[in-house]
Design a protein around this ligand. Structure first.
Ligand code: AMP
Length: 191
């Protein structure tokens, strides 16, 4: 079972490209943002906690996120799945270390990290556009700025972390979604 992390800032196209990866490769898709939003929609206790961070553009604490991830892996991923795409996790070095442990305990590892790289101006424009119909509490200018700041401070160090492990593959995130997908697929096909 392949384990591929789709990495990038908010608005970099992880969701769009994940859909294509599911279609082409039949991978199971884990979006931690979707998991949290589903808790918010169902009004669970976790949803209440998550909402207090999400609406401010902050990250949910690492320990809580690692537990959620392990739970999804054990209970929602079909054991026969060809692979898993991690979308939105890990977002900190502590989460990357937790993921390593979680996968190791299950006899698996991160095989590749595909990084969609795009500039802040383009990301902000895309997120504002998405905000018109997404209904997401965090797709407004103030929260978008905060999310990008959090990305640069807490998440982008993962590029070096995974580059050091020889697992990071950069993909230009600006351009036509078809071209971006072709670049992603060529990396996956090389595994
Ligand atoms: P996303 O849908 O991936 O953009 O995530 C939306 C929001 O959910 C983020 O801004 C965070 O507040 C929260 N979130 C999602 N994934 C994580 C994670 N791995 N660690 C911490 N917070 C997360």
């Amino acid at each position: 079972m392949l384990n591929v992390v789709l990495f990038g800032a908010p608005g970099s196209g992880k969701g769009t490209q994940s859909e294509r990866l599911i279609d082409r490769y039949g991978f199971h898709h884990i979006s931690t943002g979707d998991v949290l939003r589903s808790h918010i929609a169902r009004g669970t206790e976790l949803g209440r906690v998550a909402d207090s961070y999400i609406s401010k553009g902050q990250l949910i604490p690492d320990d809580l996120m690692a537990n959620i991830l392990a739970d999804v892996l054990d209970n929602e991923v079909d054991k026969g799945a060809k692979g898993v795409i991690f979308d939105g996790f890990p977002r900190t070095v502590a989460q990357a270390e937790a993921l390593e442990g979680i996968l190791q305990e299950r006899g698996r590892k991160v095989d590749m990290v595909i990084g969609l790289e795009t500039d802040d101006e383009e990301l902000t424009a895309r997120l504002l556009k998405r905000g018109i119909d997404s209904g997401r509490s965090d797709d407004n200018l103030e929260t978008i700025r905060k999310r990008l700041e959090v990305y640069h401070n807490q998440t982008s160090p993962l590029r070096d972390y995974y580059t050091g492990q020889g697992k990071y593959r950069k993909v230009e995130g600006k351009g036509h979604p078809d071209e971006i997908f072709t670049a992603i697929a060529s990396h996956i096909d090389s595994i």
